[in-house]
Design a protein around this ligand. Structure first.
Ligand code: HEC
Length: 173
């Protein structure tokens, strides 16, 4: 009889460990509270911050397949010098997938952010076999590095003044 009781109680006990179960009037009060969405910095803000100190370290995960220097070679993937603002699938002497040459548009900040988050969702059947980068910080750091890897870097994304990143001591030196 005692054993039976323990078995009956146990599942609820475990559930309570994982989730706080709130019932009754308290739960109703919580449900009606407005949800506060705490938004992190935007892509534009993160690129502005990273652009203060673009670093080739951010590009490590890409280097097995890409060179991003001026006049550098195509490797498994195309050379990425001057890629920000360029048309997808446009590097001379590189054999792209049809998916990439027919993508259209330009590699602007948003397109690069989407592609680097999930290459095969952004460009289905691309031959870039890379899972993607989970955090926008990491994508922004790479995009800032690619922006700097150009003859004439395209303008930084505009950020509303009230949201502009504060200058770091390094930048104002
Ligand atoms: C495993 C190899 C591999 C890795 C790792 C890789 N890429 Fe690629 N990348 C490719 C290939 C292959 C293509 C050509 C895709 C196609 O034609 O569909 C490509 C294409 C691209 C393009 C489009 C180029 C153009 O001319 O339109 C960009 C931008 C790009 N990669 C950025 C990156 C960045 C940034 C990283 C690191 C986060 C990265 N790639 C990691 C293989 C790779």
């Amino acid at each position: 009889m005692l054993l039976f009781a323990v078995v009956r109680i146990a599942p609820e006990f475990f559930i309570e460990e994982d989730h706080e179960i709130i019932q009754g009037p308290e739960a109703a009060a919580i449900d009606t509270q407005p949800t506060t969405v705490v938004a992190g910095p935007s892509l534009g803000e993160l690129i502005n911050i990273a652009a203060q100190n673009p670093s080739s370290r951010s590009f490590r995960k890409c280097q097995a397949c890409h060179d991003a220097t001026s006049g550098g070679p195509n490797k498994i993937g195309p050379n990425l010098w001057n890629i920000v603002g360029a048309a997808p699938g446009g590097k001379a002497g590189y054999s792209y997938s049809n998916a990439m040459t027919s993508k259209g548009g330009t590699w602007d900040y948003n397109a690069l952010n989407e592609f680097l988050a999930a290459p095969s969702s952004a460009v289905p059947r691309t031959k870039m076999t890379f899972a993607g980068l989970r955090t926008m910080e990491e994508r922004a750091a790479i995009i800032a590095y690619l922006r700097a890897s150009a003859d004439n870097p395209v303008p930084l994304p505009e950020v509303p003044v009230e949201d502009a990143p504060e200058e770091t001591p390094a930048a104002s030196r």
